[in-house]
Design a protein. Structure first.
Ligand code: SAJ
Length: 412
């Protein structure tokens, strides 16, 4: 078996390296020549445990090769991004581009797996795009078991920071178009996966992936709404959640400054855009979570009013989209810091242990400085906790005396 993994990001790279570790010959393809160059040099561009060791092992034993062009292979995995368009629908152009470059390489017997999170009906579109370029081949949505090429939608479920262990241990949905498509995809994932491989038709697999992330978004929205209710009523939400979660069938999630990252803040919109009139909770949850940074800004503004001196020093603890990662994509913490950076009364002391430099839009702002935790807390009038990184949880409470605190993560 030789597998070509197209898109070497948070999903594609760990998948490619696990396949290579387990005896599969892998071609890793990415359209960024910078990514290809650094991987060839043995450097990983993603912060994720075990990746660097797996990369050097696979490069050294010749099981993986990197390129910016798609070669021939017996199996292909597409793991390119599906960003969101301004109208909240999915932008499928990366998948379409891959289909167009891959089509000339396809031959009878090949297996193509789509892993990118996609709206319902995308695998069918993949078949259409391939068929347009390769009318000489038969595809399974049209031809069923007589098809020349096998197609499956097999979404991933890994949590950033735990990619390798979750890729190995999580159960996986195998959305093959036919039974033989499912079997071929299962054979591939069995090379490294230890979880159950569960067959489903492609549309069920596509819908299931969206439903998983939407379930989490809706539950976070409930926690966020509960927090707003508690703040308005002068009640400690964290104590409420602790008590409520003692019920055997209740598990309220954590309120926060908003929902970030590239999955939970995006995927529910793909579900919503299928049928907005029906997906009412989905749309409302997204709106509640998207409005959360504005609510935090109001709380900080109330604290600023209490300080007499100018400038007001605000220690902003955390900028990543969630704890213990360096990922700033769609980060509500970053959004909040950016808004505060426009306020001429403030000096922002940003503490983000997982980054070395501020994002470019903040670098030339004299009101914003990336600094260390102790210095920031010492100087600040207001401590704004935006991310529950472990090292913030470990802060000695004594050094907070006399400070105004806005704790969006309930860490203290
Ligand atoms: N968050 C809260 N409160 C919570 C939990 C999370 O505010 O109680 C926030 C986080 O701070 C973060 C955002 O939600 O800003 C998303 O974080 P997350 O840990 O919930 O999820 P992701 O985006 O890192 O990964 C999710 C996972 N999906 C589910 O848990 C259903 C992961 O399993 C998926 O593989 C991943 O999306 C993906 O790639 O789709």
């Amino acid at each position: 078996m030789d597998v070509c993994v197209i898109g070497l990001g948070y999903i594609g790279l760990p998948t490619a390296l696990l396949l290579a570790k387990n005896g599969v010959k892998v071609h890793g393809v990415d359209n960024s020549s910078t990514v290809v160059r650094s991987l060839r040099a043995g450097e990983v561009h993603i912060k994720e445990p075990f990746l660097a060791d797996l990369l050097s092992e696979s490069v050294n034993n010749g099981m993986i090769k990197f390129s910016d062009e798609i070669p021939q292979a017996s199996s292909f995995i597409i793991s390119v991004p599906t960003p969101i368009l301004p109208d909240k629908t999915a932008d499928l152009h990366f998948i379409k581009n891959v289909c167009e470059s891959l089509a000339p390489k396809l031959k009878r017997g090949d297996l193509l797996i789509l892993e990118s999170t996609s709206p319902v009906g995308t695998l069918r579109k993949v078949e259409k795009w391939l068929r347009q370029r390769r009318p000489d081949l038969c595809f399974p949505f049209e031809e069923g078991t007589n098809a020349d090429v096998k197609l499956a939608y097999c979404p991933e479920r890994i949590l950033p920071g735990f990619a390798i262990e979750e890729l190995v241990s999580n159960d996986r949905i195998i959305g093959g178009v036919t039974g033989s498509c499912c079997e071929a995809a299962k054979k591939l994932y069995r090379s490294f996966g230890k979880g159950k491989l569960v067959s489903a038709v492609p549309e069920v697999a596509e819908m299931s992936k969206l439903a998983e992330n939407t379930f989490r978004d809706v539950n976070i929205a409930f926690a966020n709404e509960l927090e707003s209710l508690c703040i308005n009523a002068g009640i400690n939400v964290w104590e409420v959640i602790r008590l409520v979660n003692k019920h055997p069938r209740v598990n309220v999630l954590n309120p926060g400054p908003g929902v970030g990252g590239h999955c939970i803040s995006v995927d529910p919109w793909f579900l919503h855009s299928m049928d907005p009139d029906t997906a009412r909770i989905v749309g409302l949850a997204r709106t509640i979570n998207d409005n959360k940074p504005i609510e935090v800004l109001r709380r900080v503004s109330d604290l600023i009013e209490k300080i007499d001196s100018q400038p007001v020093f605000v220690a902003c603890l955390g900028m990543a989209f969630k704890k213990n990662v360096d990922d700033l994509r769609n980060s509500p913490a970053k959004q909040i810091i950016e808004s505060l950076s426009d306020d001429p009364r403030l000096q922002l002391l940003v503490v983000e242990p997982f980054i070395k430099n501020l994002p470019s839009d903040l670098q030339n702002n004299s009101r914003v400085r990336l600094t260390n935790k102790d210095g920031a807390i010492n100087k600040a009038h207001i401590i704004l906790i935006l991310v529950d990184h472990d090292q913030f949880i470990a802060i000695d409470q004594k050094i907070l005396e006399g400070k105004l605190i806005c704790d969006t993560r309930g860490i203290w």
